[in-house]
Design a protein around this ligand. Structure first.
Ligand code: MRU
Length: 345
């Protein structure tokens, strides 16, 4: 089954509402930068590459919405659109990467009429989407080669088709391995508090008959100690110039456990997720989300009333714990500053 996380349909953007999966499968429609920003903020769409693609369409939608205005009004409205989109979520660098790409495209046609600009920006957004799927498939091939036939692979959060325009980064590696004829099985961490593992990764793997076992996050160490995990593959929201990896909260814990048990820890990472402007993971902004997510789930609250709650949504795994970054230019073993710079040379 092909999952179209985002699609252009009847002159508007449609995105699967990931907040209600897997209980319901529904598309929501978007017509402006502000509505797309709200879709990103509220997690209708999530996952670093998918957020980037959504932002690219947000810019294009804003241009289409303003295309009949004067050039001055168009330019002012577009600037507001960029600002609103940039404020939607802070950690995934793909958001800023996509906005920069759209801005560059816009600057390259600044003398054209708004209608022409809008059409060209829409074409650029389509290209961002198509490119993301192409890149995931290339990364999938490199990653699949790292997994032996029969491998039992643990993943955290959802770095699948739902977190990208399609195929996925970490789950893309599993899809490519299966396509190459390898029998692999997946262990999905539940991923508290938003349950991306239980709700989204489990759903994606079940849809495709890729064997998957769900565990709660605190079972990972036990599974490793029992010799039941051969490798870990996760996605990422931002990789600093020294190879430090920001990903969903709990990833650091998994990486430490993997090191303790001598299990390779791989990060599937398109170049659009590498931020060379940030020297180490210390400078990566970590989003703190609503405490309601920790209090309970949806309308059910189980935490004691009045208790203080924290909800950092991401953590940073130091480069020294990363066996390799799987990129569209190949696998970078033991990533460091020089190796990452070379990728962009
Ligand atoms: O808060 P989310 O669901 O947007 O967090 C997603 C993750 O942490 C993913 O692992 C990451 O974005 C990589 S997705 C290919």
């Amino acid at each position: 089954m092909k999952v179209e996380t985002l699609r252009w349909f009847n002159n508007r953007l449609e995105m699967i509402d990931q907040r209600i999966l897997p209980a319901a499968f529904e598309y929501l429609s978007y017509y402006s930068a502000a509505s797309v920003a709200e879709g990103i903020r509220s997690m209708v769409v999530r996952g670093a590459p998918a957020i980037g693609v959504a932002a690219a369409y947000g810019v294009a939608l804003e241009a289409l919405r303003l295309q009949d205005k004067s050039a001055d009004e168009f330019n002012a409205g577009m600037e507001t659109g960029f600002t609103v989109l940039a404020a939607s979520r802070p950690t995934a660098v793909n958001l800023f990467w996509a906005l920069q790409r759209m801005r560059k495209a816009w600057e390259g046609m600044a003398t054209q009429a708004p209608q022409q600009i809008a059409q060209s920006l829409l074409a650029e957004a389509h290209e961002v989407l198509a490119e993301d799927i192409r890149i995931n498939k290339v990364m999938g091939g490199y990653g699949a080669a790292l997994l032996k036939d029969g491998a039992r692979v643990l993943t955290h959060c959802n770095a699948g088709a739902l977190a990208t325009a399609g195929w996925g980064t970490a789950l893309g590696v599993f899809r490519s391995a299966v396509e190459a004829g390898k029998k692999i099985s997946v262990i999905a961490d539940e991923t508290r508090p938003f349950l991306q593992g239980a709700r989204l990764t489990a759903w994606e793997m079940v849809q495709e008959n890729i064997p998957v076992t769900l565990i709660t996050d605190n079972m990972a160490g036990y599974m490793m100690s029992q010799g039941e995990v051969d490798a870990v593959v996760v996605g990422t929201d931002r990789v600093a110039a020294n190879g430090d990896v920001a990903n969903k909260i709990g990833t650091y814990m998994v990486a430490v456990l993997a090191k303790r048990h001598n299990i390779p820890f791989y990060v599937a990472c398109p170049l659009s997720t590498i931020d060379l402007t940030i020297s180490s993971g210390k400078d990566i902004p970590i989003e703190e989300r609503s405490v309601d997510e920790v209090k309970g789930f949806r309308d059910t609250h189980w935490a004691a009333e009045g208790v203080k709650i924290r909800n950092p949504s991401f953590d940073v795994t130091p480069a020294e714990l990363v066996t390799g970054l799987i990129t569209e230019k190949g696998v970078v073993l033991q990533p460091d500053v020089e190796k990452l710079r070379k990728l962009f040379a």
